[in-house]
Design a protein around this ligand. Structure first.
Ligand code: AMP
Length: 280
């Protein structure tokens, strides 16, 4: 596996060494876990080469968020990326991606970026779509792999790719979980023992809502209120949002009758956890 820090080196190697190869791309912020690795493995199956990026993107964090303390361990990450099948690890520093004078952003307007995570993190998706446009332009992947854990991010990226006619297939991979159901996340290491224990409430509550739906309950108000009750049973859980929306547009619905996203964000002290399920 080659480790590359510079955009021009990556472009060169893609032009001279990997011409006409089918490229799979996995964008990450590092501190890799099995969730990330599942995307790399899937990319390996479906492409000739796999490029993984590790970049803690400052523009998707607001002042006061955890940009500075976001966990970083590039040595461990390189080993994991390599054993999972990555051919190239691209880890630029901030000035490489945002050199002095850089002032262009890609912003998807409309409710898709304004609700759910966009409500408490108003500039987050602007940062995400900007960095991904850059990475797509540099790498020109055939397939790019994202995790269903960040369901809103997947919906936003699919829309961006459609709206801007970007030539890449967006592949959404299932949520990879710990044995007790907690969705894997680089931020889970910030949970103390008690919080980690109570964090299982996210997945358990979503599974209960799915059971309720499958037994015939389709009213969004009732499902939301039950989800609120279930999540509130964990004393340390501070609910940021509970949303039940159309899975593609993220528009509000009142009755579940097309693929529907049930998405939650819950804070445990300063650690923000996301989880979701799709009701079909
Ligand atoms: P991040 O490093 O958190 O930006 O995540 C990089 C990619 O990995 C994103 O597409 C995430 O959705 C995906 N990802 C993160 N956690 C998981 C997980 N538990 N299961 C599957 N994919 C994940």
């Amino acid at each position: 596996m080659e480790i590359i820090n510079k955009v021009h080196e990556l472009k060169n190697i893609l032009t001279y060494k990997y011409t006409n190869k089918k490229i799979g791309f996995v964008a990450t912020m590092g501190y890799l876990h099995e969730g990330h690795l599942s995307l790399i493995r899937q990319a390996k199956i479906e492409n000739d080469i796999v490029i993984v990026s590790i970049f803690v993107n400052p523009t998707q964090f607001s002042p006061g968020e955890d940009f500075e303390k976001y966990p970083r361990d590039i040595k461990r990450d390189s080993q994991l990326a390599k054993t999972s099948g990555a051919n190239i690890l691209f880890c630029p520093d901030t000035t490489e991606m945002y050199p002095v004078g850089s002032s262009t952003y890609v912003e998807i307007e409309g409710i898709i970026t304004k609700k759910l995570c966009g409500k408490s993190r108003p500039s987050h998706f602007k940062g995400v779509t900007t960095i991904l446009t850059m990475l797509f332009n540099i790498i020109k992947p055939d397939n790019a792999y994202f995790g269903q854990k960040d369901a809103q991010q997947c919906a936003v990226i699919k829309k961006m790719v459609r709206d801007l006619f970007i030539d890449v297939n967006i592949q959404v991979c299932p949520i990879y979980r710990e044995i007790d159901g907690l969705a894997m996340s680089s931020r889970n290491i910030f949970l103390n023992e008690e919080e980690r224990c109570q964090a299982t409430v996210l997945n358990l509550s979503l599974k209960e809502i799915e059971r309720l739906y499958l037994s015939g309950e389709k009213d969004v108000i009732i499902l939301k209120s039950e989800l609120n009750r279930l999540l509130s049973s964990a004393p340390l859980a501070n609910i940021d949002y509970i949303e039940i929306v159309d899975n593609e547009t993220l528009e509000d619905i009142s009755i579940v009758n097309s693929p529907t996203l049930v998405a939650i964000a819950v804070n445990f002290r300063n650690t923000r956890l996301l989880d979701n399920i799709i009701l079909k």
